[in-house]
Design a protein around this ligand. Structure first.
Ligand SMILES: Cc1cc2nc3c(=O)[nH]c(=O)nc-3n(C[C@H](O)[C@H](O)[C@H](O)COP(=O)(O)OP(=O)(O)OC[C@H]3O[C@@H](n4cnc5c(N)ncnc54)[C@H](O)[C@@H]3O)c2cc1C
Length: 386
């Protein structure tokens, strides 16, 4: 599987759009802008400076589908025409009150209903911290809750059950994202309860496994054994993991052993080992690779082909983020594999933390800036537009 065909990757982009993308990625090369840009923008918007349309026409437009589900429709149609599904990702972050959590549940439910209606949305997704207090999840992960907190946790469980039930009733597959290790145990437990309840004959509920963690392969192996015992199906989104620096810093600060693999290579090997394990157990486990890594994507693509399975076998999906790695998404889709992109949306101000993470990930500091930029430049050169 080759991912260097930039003509396929950028067929949907005009020369002007590609040049705008080139300019945007060149901005991520400015460390001060990447470091302080999102918080300075949030502040400027809060005090009423008219920056919204500037943000909306640049970084927001590149990485987000819009401010509402309706806004996302056109982008999702364009992706769908090219064989790529969209996963509506309501990306508001930061609020920690019950009213916001309830409103978020309703919004996530709307994404599930939209996925039921429209083939262009093959999955729905949510983060547990969008519907629960971080501190509560942290205390629950250490098993240390007061009566009042227990009641609050039961409320969180009801919300999760409500969303899983909505997904299954509407025959929509649902991802639950993975977060920091110190809140992940309770998330894993709650999601496994949902798998027991709803995945009796089909993988509707998918948890996420961060393979940069030293303990995940063993966890996966135990879950497979348990699922065999219970006669249920498993769904897993396999990712490398997004919180490495934070995880290492906290482990150091609190004096416990680093939960993250020692090197990138070990993370890569661990990710591929999980992929192999799930593939070998494919009658039981359905997977989605949430990755921008070409080698891992090629590995799954070749395993599907070598096993003589249909490329669109629903047990195997590939997913990337909107605005990134179009070379992987569209080259896989053109061959006939199942591909989807997370399509984040929400009010501009509320998605700024998400945009900040994309800027950081694509900055020269993280060493990723070359990847997207060189693809864009290659395509502009191929079109003789540079
Ligand atoms: C569709 C989708 C869904 C996602 N959902 C989640 C989610 O629910 N939860 C979540 O945490 N993340 C999620 N991510 C982000 C993901 O975990 C990665 O951070 C991101 O995709 C980059 O990893 P990669 O596999 O694409 O590629 P690569 O660029 O090959 O890998 C980069 C990753 O390798 C790991 N790494 C880098 N350096 C080292 C090192 N020195 N030692 C050990 N490991 C290292 C880190 O995890 C880093 O993010 C998602 C990504 C996608 C595309």
């Amino acid at each position: 599987m080759q991912f260097d065909n930039t003509e396929v990757a950028f067929k949907h982009k005009s020369n002007t759009e590609l040049k705008q993308a080139k300019w945007l990625f060149s901005m991520f090369n400015k460390p001060l802008l990447v470091k302080y840009g999102p918080s300075a923008t949030a502040f400027a918007l809060r005090i009423g400076l008219p920056l919204k349309s500037m943000v909306k026409n640049t970084i927001f437009r590149h990485f987000c589908g819009g401010e509402s589900i309706d806004d996302c429709g056109k982008t999702a149609d364009m992706l769908h025409k090219r064989g790529v599904g969209s996963i509506l990702d309501y990306s508001v972050e930061g609020a920690e009150d019950e009213k916001t959590f309830e409103a978020n549940v309703k919004e996530i439910e709307r994404t599930i209903l939209e996925a039921q209606k429209e083939a262009k949305y093959p999955f729905a997704v949510f983060k547990v911290t969008g519907i629960a207090r971080f501190q509560l999840l942290q205390r629950a992960s250490t098993g240390d809750l007061s009566t009042k907190e227990n009641e609050e946790l039961n409320e969180v469980k009801s919300r999760i059950d409500y969303l899983c039930n909505a997904a299954v009733e509407n025959q929509v597959r649902l991802f639950i994202d993975a977060e920091e290790t110190w809140i992940q145990d309770i998330i894993d437990d709650m999601v496994f309860e949902m798998m027991k309840k709803y995945n009796s004959s089909h993988a509707w509920i998918y948890n996420t496994l961060q393979m940069y963690r030293v303990d995940r392969l063993e966890y996966l192996s135990k879950r497979i054994a348990k699922a065999k015992e219970l006669n249920i199906k498993l769904g897993y989104k396999l990712v490398r993991g997004a919180y490495m620096e934070k995880e290492r810093e906290r482990a150091k600060e609190h004096g416990y052993s680093d939960p993250i693999q020692p090197t990138k290579q070990v993370t890569d090997d661990n990710f591929d080992a999980a992929l192999n394990m799930c593939f070998d157990e494919r009658d039981l486990v359905s997977i989605c690779l949430g990755t921008h890594n070409e080698k891992s994507s090629a590995l799954l693509a070749s395993k599907i082909t070598e096993a003589g399975l249909p490329l669109h076998d629903e047990r195997f999906y590939f997913a990337q983020l909107f605005g990134m790695s179009d070379n992987i998404s569209f080259n896989l889709a053109e061959k006939g594999y199942n591909v989807a992109k997370y399509l984040p949306y929400g009010p501009v101000r509320a998605v700024l933390p998400y945009l900040g993470r994309r800027a950081e990930e694509n900055s020269s500091v993280a060493g990723q800036v070359g990847r997207e930029m060189s693809l864009i430049v290659n395509e502009l050169k191929r079109r003789k537009a540079l």
